[in-house]
Write a protein that binds this ligand. Structure first.
Ligand code: F3S
Length: 425
């Protein structure tokens, strides 16, 4: 790999052991990937909040040792210096307010809190969300980034035209310390053209429709770059969030084009550039129905123990919509309604009175985490319902529960009545 003078100095330890370990990691990683060089980045989203398990594995050697081992893949503890790049914490394991509802022990709470404050002291912004693009980190077209979190990567690549691959914790941490990332994959213009044409013959209106379409597309194109033709309405952020998250769950989609909507494709021809589609898919009524059945395949019992809204983390508009559905009513005593959002949005929701409406209805507005990442559910949960194709893809597998997928209205109604009555309309 070709290195600049600056990069060579980092590799040789002139900026300390942590930067040296990070540069060593990036060089090894880049060489495996076939990258010829690194590229500068000043926008990194990673995950460096740890709990008691990691502390124990490092023999209580302190947070530098934990960061070295788990974020830099360095068994030798090095002193971690402040992050060079603008660095952001993605979603973590704990809601700092509702951690007891999560079932966390005091010991776990204290360890996670200590880890958070260690990150903050090293210059990592505590965004604590899987949707940094909702709360101030909005990269521009062509900006080289190093982000983890597949649903966020597919959003910023496709909708905003920023450039990132799905990084791992270690490569993102190394990018934070050095401001560098291997120049390969979606950093290169030639890899950003379409690979599959998807003819959308079915109207796509609601967030549920976009989740279904995303799940269908992801499963068939896997790591390809789908180009959607036939979209007749401009989707908003919430719909694109659901689409991308679903496509990145059933497959490994990191980039897509919707000609006329996403930033790098004014037309189908522009989306494909010099490439020809390797395959043409058609999404119609039959495909929509099959995808719906597939997403509901784990569900049998209609008594719903938990409704989860906010995967990816909910916007203020989604919170308002849930408020309108629950205002003046109460969540069923045998069910629970949890809404997840970034901590910055929770604060606005408090000021706007939305959090109070949810509390009055017996629902909970949570931030910083989600059940799939934090691996928690209300005690005894057997059946969940969610309006997120991504969440229903992962949660039944991770937590061994049944999962219903439906519209936000159906999900909220099932929390209020305790029973699932959703169907595909
Ligand atoms: Fe975010 Fe958790 Fe969903 S990380 S995208 S809310 S599975």
């Amino acid at each position: 790999m070709r290195l600049t003078d600056d990069e060579r100095r980092m590799r040789d330890g002139e900026q300390g052991e942590a930067v040296q370990a990070a540069m060593d990691l990036l060089i090894r990683y880049g060489e495996v990937l076939g990258a010829e060089r690194l590229v500068d980045t000043d926008n990194v989203c990673g995950a460096n909040i740890f709990g008691p398990r990691q502390m124990q594995l490092c023999g209580h050697a302190g947070p530098d040792a934990v960061f070295s081992e788990f974020s830099l893949d360095s068994p030798k503890p090095v002193e971690i210096t402040p992050m060079r790049a603008q660095s952001y914490q993605l979603i973590g394991p704990m809601d700092t307010r509702h951690w007891q509802v999560q079932g966390l022990s005091q010991e776990a709470h204290d360890a996670i809190e200590e880890s958070e404050s260690y990150s903050a002291r090293h210059g990592i912004h505590l965004m604590n969300t899987c949707t940094p693009y909702q709360v101030g980190n909005v990269p521009v077209k062509g900006e080289h980034c190093a982000w983890m979190e597949s649903s966020a990567v597919v959003y910023v690549n496709s909708v905003l035209g920023a450039r990132t691959n799905v990084e791992g914790r270690e490569s993102a941490a190394a990018a934070m310390l050095t401001g560098k990332i291997p120049y390969w994959g979606y950093h290169l213009a030639e890899n950003r053209f379409g690979s599959h044409l998807v003819e959308v013959a079915e109207p796509v209106h609601s967030s549920l429709d976009w989740g279904l379409l995303g799940y269908y597309v992801g499963e068939l194109v896997q790591e390809g770059v789908p180009v959607l033709d036939g979209i007749t309405e401009v989707p908003n952020l919430v719909k694109l969030k659901h689409f991308g998250a679903a496509a990145a769950s059933s497959g490994g989609v990191e980039m897509y084009h919707i000609p006329g909507t996403t930033v790098e494709a004014g037309s189908v021809a522009e989306a494909f550039g010099p490439r020809r589609p390797v395959q043409t898919l058609r999404y119609g009524e039959r495909e929509r129905r099959q995808t719906y059945q597939q997403l509901n395949h784990t569900a049998r019992d209609t008594d719903v123990d938990l409704v989860m809204i906010g995967c990816p983390h909910a916007t203020l508009s989604q919170i308002r919509d849930v408020c309108r559905l629950v205002e003046g009513r109460r969540v069923h005593p045998d069910s629970a309604l949890w809404v997840f959002t970034p901590r910055a949005i929770r604060q606005v929701a408090e000021q706007n009175g939305y959090a109070r409406i949810l509390r009055d209805a017996g629902a909970l507005l949570m931030s910083d985490t989600c059940p799939a990442i934090g691996q928690f559910l209300p005690k005894g949960t057997r059946v969940i319902a969610t309006d997120s194709a991504k969440q229903v893809h992962y949660l039944p597998a991770i937590m061994k529960v049944q999962g219903w997928f439906g519209s936000t209205e159906e999900c909220v109604e099932s929390a209020l009545t305790g029973r699932w009555q959703g169907e595909l309309r």
